[in-house]
Write a protein that binds this ligand. Structure first.
Ligand SMILES: [Zn+2]
Length: 284
């Protein structure tokens, strides 16, 4: 399937301290960092998808109100950031009901889902069916590559419809012999010029390039502690702190260079409309 070339902007709104044994010794920085991110988007008139964890919705209602008031998309990132491989299907179903409770309370649609740490793999491919039943229209939960944490190498980069739900995998960009997703560590680590020209090339060829960021990606002053979700690997943990000082200016620069920036929901709607539209028949 061909896509209009565009950049899909997202923030995984979570507090990494809660996934770490030692993180809660330090003050929370999630509100400060997210507000900094919101302040970047506002003058640029950019809309972003905020894949948000339930404990943030519960503990920081004022922050969620700001996200909604600014016209961004609110989406679900699980209640407490448990990856799918640690949940049964039944637990996952209940987790999605919590999202629907928030939808009622907040009065805004929550139609998108992202599995923590891109943990939707062949072992949890029942997730799409559960998402569809709960009223979600899309998911962006698959890293279509081999990865030390989670990944589904054979899934492929194209968005497709699974059990009635649009899956938007983390399509990578080509960087010489490598394929890299645009976000997080990769976004901060790789040389800016090389990465940005790879993104521009992909967009010019009609691809939609998903991005992902976290509030901590923009925080050069966070205390050093072992984050959860990195298997206690010191190198992976070090990378989580790498070059955060440069991240906001990189993002501003990239969005200035991109033809179009969209939310995930707007893109998912386009994908499902295309799938529904009848193919033109032969001319008579
Ligand atoms: Zn996350």
């Amino acid at each position: 399937m061909r896509n209009d070339g565009e950049l899909l902007l997202s923030l995984d709104l979570e507090d990494p301290r809660l996934d770490s044994e030692r993180g809660c010794r330090y003050p929370s920085r999630v509100v400060f960092n997210t507000e900094k991110f919101l302040s970047l988007l506002e003058p640029l008139s950019l809309k972003c998808t905020f894949f948000t964890v339930g404990n943030i919705m519960r503990n920081h209602p004022e922050l969620i109100a700001k996200v909604i008031a600014a016209g961004h998309e609110l989406a679900w990132h699980s209640d407490s950031h448990r990856p799918l491989n640690e949940m049964s299907r039944e637990e996952f179903r209940k987790d999605l009901w919590i999202a629907k409770d928030f939808e009622q309370q907040l009065g805004v649609p929550i139609l998108g889902y992202r599995a923590p740490i891109f943990s939707l793999t062949p072992e949890s491919n029942w997730a799409h069916e559960e998402l569809g039943k709960a009223g979600f229209i899309y998911s962006s939960s698959i890293l279509p590559a081999a990865n030390p944490l989670h990944g589904w190498a054979g899934y492929g980069p194209e968005p497709r419809i699974a059990a009635g739900v649009v899956e938007i995998p983390m399509r990578p960009v080509k960087l010489g012999p490598w394929s890299v997703p645009v976000g997080g560590v990769y976004f901060r680590l790789l040389p800016r010029g090389m990465l940005f020209s790879a993104v521009r090339r992909s967009i010019a060829s009609g691809e939609a390039i998903p991005t992902y960021f976290h509030p901590y990606d923009f925080d050069p002053d966070e205390e050093y502690y072992m984050h959860g979700g990195v298997n206690r690997n010191p190198l992976l943990n070090l990378l989580l702190y790498w070059n955060r000082r440069d991240a906001l200016s990189r993002l501003k620069n990239l969005t200035n260079q991109s033809v179009r920036v969209s939310t995930y929901r707007d893109f998912a709607l386009k994908v499902s409309q295309r799938a529904l539209s009848p193919r033109p028949g032969p001319l008579l």
